[in-house]
Ligand binder design. Sequence first.
Ligand SMILES: *Cc1c(COP(=O)(O)O)cnc(C)c1O
Length: 464
Amino acid sequence: MSKSNRTTQEWQAADARHFLHPFTDFKGLAAKGSRIISKADNIYLWDSEGHKILDGMSGLWCVNVGYGQQSLIEAAAKQMAELPFYNAFFQTATMPAIELAEVLAEISPPGFEHVFFTGSGSEGNDTIVRMVRRYWDLKGSPERQIIIGRINGYHGSTMAGASLGGMSGMHAQGGLPIPNISHIEQPHWFEHGQDMSREDFGLKAAGWLEEKILALGADKVAAFIGEPVQGAGGVIVPPSTYWPEIQRICDKYGILLVSDEVICGFGRTGNWFGCETMGFKPDLMTFAKGVSSGYIPLGGVLVGARVAKVLIEEGGEFNHGFTYSGHPTACAVALANLKLLREQHVVEHVRDDIGPYLAQRFAELNEHPLVGETQSCGMMAALQLVKGKTPDKPTGTAFASELEVGMICRKYCFANGLIMRAVGDRMIVAPPLVMTRTQIDEMMGLIRRCLDQTWEELSQSGLL
Ligand SMILES: *Cc1c(COP(=O)(O)O)cnc(C)c1O
């Protein structure tokens, strides 16, 4: 029943009738009509009207090797023909899952020898909650229940993921967070630290964790979770002093440290894991997205020695798992993806060449009258839209949030064939790791044009 000869309008109508999209105002989208994406190659997408779009977001922070990679496609086809699915529940295993666990142990920081597979990042963070609490039970400290996350952190959209995250819009729906989750403010210098140096602010922001631990009672706190660099919150790169101080505080109170590597893992920051770039040693790491470059859903938890030892040697049965934990086809695709990253030295490409180049090109945007701050880390970058920059206040003044200046800029991105995301008035990119310098130049040209057009519109509306 091929329907590929439908017009865009027909697709949009069917979409509006039946498909409830994630994080979407259903009625608003139905009135407007979705953009239908129909194919992709390398870093480009095409919509159903034939428009070519540069994908500055790697799908959704995941298509790190770009589209159309033959070895991933073939790995899926081969595995599906041989054994599309078998579970790992009842004392069985499949070869791709075993092999992927082995490779993950090889590329992870020292001490990470074990992995628990899930189908997504959210399920990975649900697993974190189960595992952390199980660990403290087994250690004879069941009162250690509380997990501390951060305001504006993102850890997924299941009950546990949304609770660990600090998105106020999510907490406002469905009675979240669940009990025994607490939050501290994010290490966002532009918003909270402009009266001090970035380094001093990093120490101050980490100090909020110690204050929270003391307020809750150290013997009640099980773990702290954070993204090395906040992604969905707006590519917020913490000061270099932040994570080492967080580590010191967790160590001081014996609290487990969890790194949510769903975006930062697998080369995004220029190392295999974001914690390596940010200089800390977590006990547990959540992963998803880039592990399979988004070609197929896969996630999980990498379990460091401290927790693994207790779970394995003293744990007995761990009553947790998913039908698709260790899905052989997903694992086969991930293996092909990691092989490609290794053989083509993609992580080194990000660290030594393309990451620094993106940083340099983004820093140049600070000259633009609309740009109050730029930040980047490996292949993720952000710019903050502001007005009224002066030599005394080069970071400018924020726009009133109801003006939705970020959405104005995003409108021009769409119109110019660039996917760049708006988080409030922060414009962000996280392009594929395999980009060339020429492609970065092309992207930067589009970004400049969008900024100029946004400036033009704001200026004509008298909003500057
Ligand atoms: C995307 C994301 C998740 C959730 O992953 P899903 O696969 O969407 O469930 C969790 N943590 C971080 C940091 C993410 O960016």
